[in-house]
Design a protein. Structure first.
Length: 369
């Protein structure tokens, strides 16, 4: 019984967390809460340390995300640290900084914050960015060079989605922004290997390469109006469902967690299901999403520890409970058996004493007679 109690106490914390993770495996927000709680219990200074690291790296958005997480988890922060974060966020959101990043995004087509994303989306909405990418990658194909089929497919899909965005008066905006984010993340190598492989296969399916090469051969980025129609003809709409859903989920993450939150998601995701779970996490956690992804990585989206390992902790706890109950049963049986033996012994002793007394009395009467 003592051994069962000692082992049960030792494994109870792991078993409790395993049960919580298993019950929350289909809810990314609840799963993240369970894991973050465990991490903060083991390292109370994790959030302040990460805020300092983010400020040192010039990432005010990530520092603000950790401040939001600290408030949610009731973690006390130094007032001076919060002031530094507020000042850094104000500087990053200033008009001059935004204008600089907008111009960089418009010209280079690379986004890593709100300003640069606004510029890249603006370029893609005016088809400049997508036509530029399609022409560049198609010419690589025509010359027998290595082309990025993912960027090519995303840019081609973007041209079709851009038309739908205009028709729906912005209704397809999140999808348009999502396509741009995935494309930009791919350019700078911030798409997870598994997700890049899946997206690459999907992109190959949505583009008729020979037709696209022919369209680009007679077109130019300087004549987008004459090139777009020919490029869109090479786009297989019926094959684009998976890619568009991915872009929509990325756009949802960007709306709730910001551009860098979406880029962080693309870096840790290994497939479209991970991105869909990240969208649910972002909708529940908002500005805390980046901090959660920074701490937990892909573990914020699914069980990082296998369900089998978690189940083993629960099984071990049940074994200890069974051992404890078995010990109680055994102890009760032995105590009852011992009590019964003692009772029988006392009864037998009393009977023997009574018999002995009777024998003595009978002998005395015989003598007197």
């Amino acid at each position: 019984m003592a051994a069962s109690i000692a082992l049960g106490v030792a494994i109870w914390p792991q078993a409790r967390e395993a049960y919580a993770e298993l019950t929350a495996r289909d809810d990314p927000a609840t799963l993240a809460d369970v894991k973050i709680g465990a991490v903060l219990r083991n390292n109370p200074k994790l959030i302040p340390d990460n805020i300092e690291a983010a400020l040192a790296a010039g990432d005010a958005d990530l520092a603000a995300s950790f401040v939001a997480l600290a408030r949610e988890r009731n973690v006390a922060l130094d007032d001076g640290l919060i002031t530094r974060v507020d000042d850094a966020v104000a500087e990053e959101n200033s008009a001059s900084h935004f204008a600089k990043r907008f111009a960089a995004g418009l010209v280079t087509g690379t986004a890593d914050d709100v300003g640069s994303l606004t510029g890249t989306v603006a370029g893609d909405l005016f088809v400049f960015g997508d036509v530029r990418d399609v022409v560049r990658e198609s010419k690589h194909l025509a010359m027998g060079e290595e082309a990025d089929h993912l960027v090519l497919g995303l840019a081609t899909a973007g041209l079709a989605v851009t038309a739908a965005t205009y028709v729906s008066v912005g209704g397809m905006g999140p999808v348009r922004a999502g396509l741009t984010l995935v494309k930009d993340a791919r350019k700078v190598g911030r798409v997870g290997e598994g997700l890049a492989a899946w997206a690459g296969r999907s992109a190959r399916e949505v583009v008729d390469t020979p037709m696209l090469q022919q369209a680009v051969a007679s077109g130019s980025v300087l004549r987008p109006g004459q090139t777009v129609d020919a490029i869109k003809a090479a786009f297989r709409v019926e094959k684009a469902g998976g890619l568009v859903r991915l872009a929509k989920d990325v756009g949802r993450v960007g709306e709730k967690a910001g551009t860098r939150g979406a880029l962080d998601t693309l870096r840790v995701a290994e497939g479209p299901k991970d991105v869909a779970r990240a969208a649910r996490l972002a909708e529940a956690k908002g500005s805390q999403t980046r901090a959660i992804l920074k701490i937990l990585g892909r573990g914020a989206l699914l069980l990082a520890t296998g369900a089998f390992n978690l189940s083993m902790w629960l099984f071990s706890a049940l074994v200890m409970l069974f051992g404890f109950l078995s010990s109680i049963k055994s102890a009760t049986e032995r105590a009852t058996e011992s009590w019964l033996r003692r009772r029988k012994a006392r009864r037998l002793k009393a009977q023997l004493a009574a018999a002995a007394s009777g024998d003595v009395a009978l002998a005395g009467a015989a003598v007197q007679g």
